[in-house]
Design a protein around this ligand. Structure first.
Ligand code: GRG
Length: 332
């Protein structure tokens, strides 16, 4: 009788597991197996190559009078870099069934905007740096006057590029993308974040909340529009765009925490920019407020939240999930 009861119980337990496990596993598997099965390095490499080609053909001088400014713009645009923003845009467009071609003009525009922000960030009036992407900064080579104008020209060309070259997408989606790009650069984006960042230099009492505000605007805003724009171009629903934005805000914050960590752990050669700069300019960073170990934990926690925002898309989200991991694991 005891033995019979034992077998009955074992049968019930095994039936329950057979039912529960696949459901439980499929959630875990679709998140963790993507990281295992998906070849992120190859994906990033392939996408980077197509982006580089599109960037290279996006600017050319058609008159001797513009040769100098185009050379200066192109010098920084083609100086290397991970091309994360364009890749995010292509990945989210493809996740919602769009094509690479639909998103490429916006991907190029995002890198133009990002490059503009790096040129301006390195100027003597801002971070005053002479090394970027392992090369002399734009103003070191072309002078401050031309560097400022090259940044301005990259910014305005970015909008022109989206408007002139986006094909196969309804006009209202393109207008939505242009509007969001504008917001991401202005007072509620990069420029606002940078002003607050400058105001907090050499200042005591900067809090985690202040730091988060700075990075949500200075860093996360452009990542947010990168992912959202790809989704919008593909015709994603409002809810899907909102999920993408949540993912991007999280990776934006994690990106900046990783940057603060790299600033104290990597060399200038590894970074392609001056290491230890935050300490020199007396900036408040996550490492300063939380310490190195806690900052790493915080970055990991936020990346997990980012991935959770896209959990419902399963394997279709593999590139974006992989990029979330890459953002904290990167070496530069
Ligand atoms: C002029 C309107 C206007 C705005 C510019 C200067 C500025 C305002 C904002 C600064 C924005 C900035 C430089 C934020 C830092 C973002 C960041 C983490 C840059 C590094 O990005 P990576 O690691 O660089 O993607 P690569 O070189 O790989 O592209």
């Amino acid at each position: 009788m005891g033995l019979l009861l034992f077998f009955l119980l074992a049968a019930v337990v095994s039936c329950t597991q057979a039912y529960v496990q696949p459901v439980h596993r499929s959630r875990v598997v679709s998140l963790s197996s993507t990281a295992v099965k998906f070849d992120l390095a190859r994906y990033l490499d392939t996408k980077k190559n197509v982006v580089e080609k599109a960037l290279d053909s996006s600017l050319s001088a058609t008159s001797p009078n513009v040769e100098k400014i185009i050379e200066s713009m192109k010098y920084s645009l083609m100086a290397g870099g991970k091309r994360i923003r364009p890749i995010l845009c292509l990945a989210s467009c493809e996740m919602f069934g769009g094509t690479e071609a639909m998103a490429m003009p916006t991907a190029v525009a995002l890198e133009m905007i990002h490059t503009m922000s790096l040129i301006h960030d390195d100027l003597p009036a801002m971070d005053d740096d002479d090394l970027r992407r392992g090369k002399p900064t734009n103003h070191v080579l072309y002078g401050e006057d031309v560097a400022i104008l090259a940044g301005d020209a990259l910014l305005s060309t970015s909008f022109e590029h989206v408007a002139a070259h986006t094909q196969g997408v309804p006009a209202e989606r393109v207008v939505d993308v242009l509007r969001r790009l504008g917001t991401s650069v202005g007072a509620y984006g990069l420029a606002g974040g940078q002003v607050m960042d400058l105001a907090c230099e050499n200042k005591e009492g900067v809090t985690l909340k202040d730091l988060e505000w700075i990075h949500m605007h200075k860093t996360a805003a452009l990542l947010k529009v990168s992912v959202a724009a790809g989704a919008i171009l593909a015709g994603a629903s409002k809810e899907d765009v909102a999920n993408c934005e949540l993912y991007a805000e999280k990776i934006g914050l994690a990106f900046q925490i990783a940057d603060d960590i790299l600033d104290v752990t990597a060399t200038s050669e590894e970074l392609g920019k001056t290491a230890g700069k935050d300490e020199d300019t007396n900036k408040t960073t996550y490492v300063k407020l939380l310490g190195l170990e806690q900052s790493k934990k915080e970055a990991d926690r936020i990346v997990a939240e980012a991935k959770q925002a896209l959990a419902k898309y399963g394997d279709k989200a593999a590139p974006l999930l992989g990029i979330a991991d890459y953002i904290v694991a990167r070496k530069n």
